[in-house]
Design a protein around this ligand. Structure first.
Ligand code: IMP
Ligand code: MG
Length: 175
């Protein structure tokens, strides 16, 4: 049986998303070029949809799907892109929207892949920045909650594809 405790309530999550959206709006309000927001499926789906609705300048939305292989709670260094972007990001401003950055491998590999298409700028936005296991140094432009350790589920985040649809974010007591 999975034991879990609430880490962030749905209200705390929504307040944090307002803060992040305010920051993005301040930074990019005067930008006249198109901005493409990219959702990393599946985990970022709810964060992406709640955040994008609060962005006050015109954006386009696109989706990319990444799978990593490894144990159920840690990727092992292999990343596979299972759905590519549909929008051409050449010379465009891009914001990558991720649920959680852990070792940094996924986001590092994704940045490398997107840079092949020569976007004008890439900004990184994550709801959760998990610091304990960082192995790849990535510059995060917008970060919601910082946590030191633990495995979290809910609000898009899964354990073996379970628990994504929970409204709050929970931390597992044990695995
Ligand atoms: P990274 O490549 O190690 O940075 O891991 C990032 C990916 O692993 C995220 O996109 C998540 O899908 C998943 N992940 C990492 N930590 C957690 C967690 O605590 N809960 C759920 N998924 C996680
Ligand atoms: Mg995941």
């Amino acid at each position: 049986m999975i034991q879990k405790e609430i880490l962030f309530t749905k209200n705390q999550i929504q307040n944090k998303i307002k803060d992040i959206a305010n920051q993005i709006n301040l930074d990019l309000l005067d930008i006249e070029e198109e901005v493409i927001c990219i959702c990393i499926l599946n985990g970022a789906i709810f964060f992406f949809s709640d955040l994008c609705k609060k962005i006050s300048f015109p954006i386009k939305l696109d989706f990319i799907k990444v799978s990593s292989y490894g144990s159920k709670t840690k990727s092992n260094g292999f990343i596979k892109f299972t759905k590519d972007l549909d929008i051409n990001i050449y010379n465009k401003r891009v914001i990558i929207i991720e649920d959680i950055i852990d070792t940094g491998l996924t986001i590092q590999q994704l940045i490398k892949k997107l840079k092949e298409n020569k976007p004008k700028d890439i900004k990184i936005c994550t709801l959760i920045n998990k610091l304990e296991r960082r192995e790849h140094n990535v510059q995060i432009d917008y970060s919601g909650f910082e946590i030191k350790e633990g495995f979290v589920i809910g609000y898009g985040m899964d354990l073996n594809e379970n628990f994504r649809a929970l409204e709050n974010i929970y931390i597992l007591d044990s695995l």
